[in-house]
Design a protein around this ligand. Structure first.
Ligand SMILES: [Zn+2]
Ligand SMILES: [Zn+2]
Length: 197
């Protein structure tokens, strides 16, 4: 797949910050599901829920391509550590789950480098090497077909809605306002989660 002139891909990379296998998989799963739903090029956050089974790079692709975001409550993270992404219609409950069929990484070497980068113990050369392996693997995955990348299954699932906005109360100690479900009254004083620790 030639991505050089693809505006949406450019946007996804800009949003995510780098090219890596994860963003490629999240982007490809999202464009594929829109095609399966007959909604290519549309944002479906109003009508669909995305259910993602990890909370890493690919989730940014899901948010930018399908418009199912954490903030608009159409993105549900059920972290099973799997590279699986599903979308279901909020009304009909019908949708698709796409599971990555190929390894995200070919070996564990980039993961060891990643760990060093995150812990701050990587040398500049190791950091550079990680960035280059990450980009290369992203490119390799981009070149695979949808069939090579994903196992696709039709699913039906109800995602129960839950209210996320609540009345505000004020913490007796820090005097900051916060939403009531996070409040605890201790010795007659309303306290926020930060102040009662
Ligand atoms: Zn990434
Ligand atoms: Zn407080």
């Amino acid at each position: 797949m030639n991505m050089h002139n693809n505006e949406l891909w450019t946007k996804a990379v800009a949003f995510h910050g780098h090219i890596c296998p994860g963003i490629v998989v999240g982007y490809r799963a999202s464009t594929k599901v829109l095609e399966l739903l007959g909604l290519s090029g549309k944002l479906i956050g109003d009508t669909h829920n995305a259910i993602v089974e990890n909370d890493v790079c690919g989730v940014d692709g899901v948010q930018i391509v399908t418009g199912c975001t954490l903030g608009n409550d159409s993105l549900i993270i059920e972290n099973h550590g799997k590279f699986a992404f599903a979308w279901v219609d909020k009304k009909t409950r019908a949708g698709f789950r796409l599971l990555l069929k190929v390894p995200l990484w070919k070996t564990n070497e980039p993961l060891e480098l990643h760990q060093k980068v995150k812990l701050g113990t990587a040398t500049p050369e190791e950091k550079q090497s990680f960035i280059s392996i990450r980009g290369q693997r992203g490119q390799e995955l981009m070149e695979l077909s949808d069939d090579e990348l994903f196992k696709v299954e039709a699913i039906a699932r109800k995602v129960p809605g839950k209210p996320r906005l609540h009345p505000f109360v004020k913490c007796a100690q820090c005097e900051e306002s916060f939403m009531e479900p996070w409040a605890q009254t201790i010795e007659g004083k309303i306290l926020c989660p930060v102040c009662r620790n």
